[in-house]
Ligand binder design. Structure first.
Ligand SMILES: CC(C)(COP(=O)(O)OP(=O)(O)OC[C@H]1O[C@@H](n2cnc3c(N)ncnc32)[C@H](O)[C@@H]1OP(=O)(O)O)[C@@H](O)C(=O)NCCC(=O)NCCS
Length: 174
């Protein structure tokens, strides 16, 4: 794993979480249990902490960074999809941050929020629980349905299984 101590702080990754060797975690990063951090992810906790809760996944090429005196918090059962950029955001439990979304400074996503693919969530936006936002700048479009919540939960369960499989079977072959 590409884990780097910085300014006396080291990433913490429990043994039941998987961090791909091509992900880079620097400094004050805390990963919860049964998380999957995919190839190409950069979590740079040099100016402040990044905390990721149990069963959350961060997919390929996502970038997470923090301004000085700030932090990123991703709570439990959250999906951060491919190519997302998160800066100083607080993502509460069961949110789905869609592919390629950009979530800017001091955004708060309450529980069960969906950020649509490719959206740009402007700084300081506080998204109430159970809302879908889309577009640039992102606006609330409608409510997350019960079916969508079930799909989000299924996605989390797939990634928990994937995490176990990666831990058990992945081998570098060159
Ligand atoms: C949030 C999401 C679930 C909404 O899906 P949905 O409820 O089926 O929404 P619809 O496709 O019916 O679109 C509803 C409205 O929002 C708009 N919209 C949807 N996605 C949008 C986007 N990314 N940007 C801008 N507008 C969008 C649609 O044009 C539509 O507008 P209208 O009502 O004026 O016609 C889906 O857009 C999405 O982004 N899912 C995340 C997928 C993902 O990245 N998963 C992780 C994979 S690893």
């Amino acid at each position: 794993m590409a884990l780097y101590e910085f300014d006396g702080k080291r990433p913490h990754v429990p043994v039941d979480s998987f961090v791909h060797p091509d992900a880079v975690l620097i400094g004050d990063v805390k990963i919860g249990h049964e998380c999957l951090i995919a190839p190409g992810v950069s979590i740079r906790a040099d100016f402040g902490p990044v905390v990721i809760g149990n069963r959350s996944n961060v997919q390929d090429n996502a970038v997470i960074h923090v301004y000085p005196d700030s932090r990123v918090i991703i709570e439990e059962d959250v999906t951060v999809a491919h190519g997302v950029i998160l800066h100083d955001a607080h993502i509460k439990s069961r949110c789905v941050i869609g592919i390629g979304a950009i979530v800017l400074f001091n955004v708060v996503c309450e529980e069960d929020v969906f950020v649509s693919v490719g959206s740009i969530v402007p700084k300081g936006m506080h998204i109430p629980a159970g809302k879908i936002v889309a577009g640039n700048p992102a606006k609330i479009t409608h409510d997350v349905t019960d079916d969508q919540k079930m799909m989000a939960k299924a996605g989390i369960d797939y990634y928990r299984d994937l995490c176990k499989k990666y831990l058990a079977t992945m081998k570098a072959i060159t």
